[in-house]
Unconditional design. Structure first.
Length: 365
């Protein structure tokens, strides 16, 4: 455990099985429930790891629909893969990482889907020096993430599946159906998946550069939609906890005060919904105004306050960082943000100091 903690300090971001190693060990020690073949924890323990258990000192990590977690776990026990769909920034990747860490003890069998992804990056490739010297052999084969997951009976995470070209993504069809991979170059040409193998894929439903999945591939997955957090208080708690955790990891002694969190969450909700808390209709920007983006803005604002200010995080820091988030997709969104400042923020600034500081950032538009 000490070596694991030392390793965690040496990396920018440790995987979930390292970050939450103590919690996973605590759950495993008291886990007497039935577990599927190849699973490190029982389904009940996996649920407690994701949703928290105060009695065991397990922190809640996913904020949203608890029933969604139950359905995801049931799917992963079945013969079908799990496809998490939703708007960008709704914690799909985080959820897939947590589930893989709890079930397999390893969340690093990961495929990052891109428009340039190839079949050998998904399944397996070759060390060409050894291939030329010895011919096709186990030694020359370079396992891809799906190969490693099948071999060891682990969960393979396929991030942004719909970014991959359809004809490449379809190589997953036989892997999910037959739980076997053909390697014709070798004498023993079939790799059969060990118990515990399955796939968690993610896909954004509102994004540029996505491809349509074939019907055959869709049938190999159970789809679960991860929705944005609707509860304002829950979103405030999530953003405050995650931003404070980032600050603590960076050893930045700065507190994310409640009035600044409320301003941040309110501004994001206004722009995301197109309607303010006062009922004023505004134009929604093209940019994704998700909780994940709010955490990024809050963290950047805190860094601004700590390194360039006096260490006092206020609304002005939030405003400066929010501008970049809104303008990242369409420069024309600047006019929409300007209207928000002029109509909504200006009225609030007359009554509340944090909004007055936030309004001052308008000069940087």
């Amino acid at each position: 455990m000490n070596a694991m903690n030392e390793n965690r300090r040496r990396v920018l971001r440790a995987p979930a099985e390292v970050s939450f190693a103590e919690q996973l060990a605590r759950l495993a020690a008291g886990d007497n429930d039935a577990r599927p073949a190849g699973w490190r924890l029982s389904p009940r323990a996996v649920r407690r790891f994701v949703l928290g258990d105060a009695a065991l000192g397990i922190a809640r990590k996913f904020y949203g629909d608890d029933a969604l977690i139950d359905r995801c776990i049931v799917t992963l026990m079945s013969q079908r893969g799990l496809l998490l769909v939703g708007e960008p920034g709704t914690a799909k990747s985080m959820l897939s990482e947590l589930l893989a860490a709890a079930i397999s003890g390893d969340s690093t069998c990961t495929i990052q889907g891109t428009s340039g992804s190839t079949e050998d990056q998904i399944k397996y490739g070759w060390n060409y020096a050894l291939l030329l010297a010895e011919g096709p052999s186990e030694r020359a084969l370079v396992p891809g993430p799906i190969h490693r997951a099948m071999q060891h009976g682990a969960i393979c995470r396929f991030e942004e599946l719909t970014r991959v070209q359809s004809e490449i993504a379809d190589c997953m069809i036989s892997l999910l159906s037959d739980k076997a991979m053909q390697i014709p170059e070798l004498s023993e040409s079939t790799l059969f998946a060990a118990p515990g193998f399955n796939v968690i894929a993610t896909a954004n439903i509102r994004d540029r550069g996505v491809n349509e999945m074939s019907s055959a591939l869709k049938r190999r997955f159970n789809f679960e939609t991860v929705k944005p957090i609707a509860d304002r208080q829950l979103e405030m708690r999530l953003i405050r906890e995650q931003t404070q955790a980032l600050l603590d990891e960076a050893a930045i002694g700065l507190q994310f005060d409640s009035d600044v969190v409320e301003l941040l969450v309110t501004a994001f909700a206004d722009l995301r919904n197109g309607v303010t808390a006062e009922g004023i209709a505004i134009e929604k920007p093209t940019a994704v105004m998700s909780s994940a983006e709010a955490v990024a803005v809050g963290y950047a604002a805190a860094l601004d306050a700590y390194y360039f200010g006096d260490g006092d995080l206020h609304g002005g820091h939030i405003g400066r960082q929010l501008i970049g988030t809104v303008l990242k997709d369409e420069p024309a969104d600047g006019a929409k943000l300007q209207h928000y400042f002029d109509v909504v923020v200006k009225a609030r600034a007359e009554k509340q100091a944090p909004w007055r500081q936030f309004l001052a950032a308008r000069a940087e538009l």
